[in-house]
Ligand binder design. Structure first.
Ligand SMILES: Cc1cc2nc3c(=O)[nH]c(=O)nc-3n(C[C@H](O)[C@H](O)[C@H](O)COP(=O)(O)OP(=O)(O)OC[C@H]3O[C@@H](n4cnc5c(N)ncnc54)[C@H](O)[C@@H]3O)c2cc1C
Length: 392
């Protein structure tokens, strides 16, 4: 049985315009079938650079998503499936073809081939947003404060009860409210949508900390550093447009101290880690079982890192952001008629369709969990590093 939902302001609200949300907004907007509102709290790079006197780049722009900004082959493949080519303005020097892997405990070092593209992550996100058609109502520089049911006495997902999104444009005194049929959480690792609707589905998380330095290393480099005294995962360092970005993912307790210890250990190996220009941090999902992935339920869907979609073995997340957004866009379009979503099955047909469509993606991530278990086990890692294998 299916039931009409009373008139809503929009069919779909997308919370968050990182790579996942911006991709979904672009695909739904291109179809022109649904009324979509998409809300993100970050400022456009140009606007925020202008707001900081003397600022030259996103280093001062207020964009604070700590990210390596490396576009791995799977993410490149996803972009090519969309028919997108990267503009030069989002690329930074140098392009990286090898990663130097340091195992500090065992004092081992190996170089492995990689095929990454080195990006300015803030400019990349801006570019993805610039591709969203005007059919989508965009709210940038606006934070979603609350998502929930219009009638709080009705259970989540009740037939006939729209959802409500409360958001506030920065600088406004009062929040705005809109009613919607479906909500999409594309709001990253700290997802407000996931916490509001699925409070018991918080994935396992670490705290990532990164600092930016003027690059004083003799040659550009990309490092991955393993040391169980520092982290259950790994730390990284990479050259980016004249800067050296050093980071790691740490257990929350003692994260700052472990990051300081990382710097000390690398300084002892002659890496330049003095006088940071800025520090940034955020939680990063560290999935290790199927329970760490949550695609949503009823009329709420989660994509990208909000769904827990990130590789625990490399923290590569861009391809999963693109591919989960594509799967959800397809599910919306399959389930909607030519004139929007006039009737929504109470069972959450879009959600079920999307969940099914991401089975392969979740399976691939489970394989990455198995890889992480090997990589982060010192004895097994030493074996692999000593074996002469060409890939890690
Ligand atoms: C330290 C670190 C390094 C990484 N390096 C790489 C890498 O090199 N390559 C790679 O492929 N992946 C990397 N990742 C993973 C990658 O950054 C993520 O997987 C990817 O950004 C996920 O995209 P997303 O759109 O799901 O979420 P996000 O990129 O986190 O985007 C979420 C968006 O939601 C917005 N938002 C959040 N809350 C609200 C709110 N309440 N209201 C309005 N807007 C909101 C934010 O402003 C943001 O724009 C890294 C992750 C970390 C933590």
């Amino acid at each position: 049985m299916s039931t009409s939902i009373p008139a809503c302001d929009y069919d779909v609200a997308i919370v968050g315009l990182g790579p996942a949300g911006a991709t979904l907004a672009r695909l739904l907007g291109q179809s022109g079938r649904l009324r979509v509102i998409a809300i993100d709290r970050k400022r456009p790079v140009q606007q925020s650079v202008a707001a900081v006197p003397g600022a030259q780049s996103d280093l001062c722009s207020g964009f604070r998503k700590p990210c390596g900004g490396l576009l791995a082959p799977d993410a490149q493949k996803a972009l090519s499936r969309f028919g997108l080519s990267l503009p030069k303005s989002v690329l930074v020097d140098p392009q990286i073809f090898a990663v130097r892997t340091l195992d500090l405990g065992a004092n081992l070092s190996r170089d492995y081939q990689r095929f990454y593209m080195n990006l300015n992550r803030a400019a990349f996100d801006d570019w993805l947003i610039s591709l969203i058609p005007a059919t989508v109502h965009l709210e940038r520089d606006a934070s979603v404060m609350n998502v929930g049911r219009v009638d709080v006495n009705q259970p989540f997902g009740s037939e006939g009860v729209p959802l409500r999104v409360v958001y506030k444009r920065h600088g406004d005194d009062y929040p705005r409210t809109c009613t919607v049929r479906e909500v999409v959480g594309a709001d990253g690792a700290r997802s407000l949508v996931r916490r509001a609707f699925f409070p018991d589905r918080t994935p396992r998380q670490l705290l990532s900390i990164q600092e930016w330095f003027v690059d004083a290393n003799p040659a550009p480099l990309y490092l991955s550093v393993f040391d169980p005294a520092l982290t259950p995962a790994y730390c990284w360092g990479l050259s980016k447009d004249g800067h050296f970005v050093l980071g790691g993912a740490f257990e929350r307790d003692g994260a700052k101290e472990r990051f300081a210890l990382l710097k000390e250990k690398l300084a002892a190996r002659d890496f330049a880690t003095a006088n940071p220009l800025r520090r940034e941090s955020c939680p990063v999902n560290f999935p290790h079982s199927v329970r760490d992935f949550c695609t949503g339920g009823e009329r709420v869907s989660l994509i990208g890192e909000a769904a827990g979609f990130i590789s625990p073995s490399s923290f590569e997340g861009l391809s999963y952001a693109f591919n989960s957004a594509l799967a959800l866009a397809d599910a919306f379009l399959r389930q909607s008629s030519g004139e929007g979503l006039p009737v929504l099955p109470s069972s959450g047909a879009v959600q079920k369709d999307y969940h099914r469509a991401t089975a392969a993606l979740r399976h691939k991530l489970l394989c990455k969990c198995a890889k992480a278990a090997i990589l982060y086990n010192p004895a097994l890692r030493h074996l692999v590093m000593r074996s002469g294998l060409q890939a890690l």
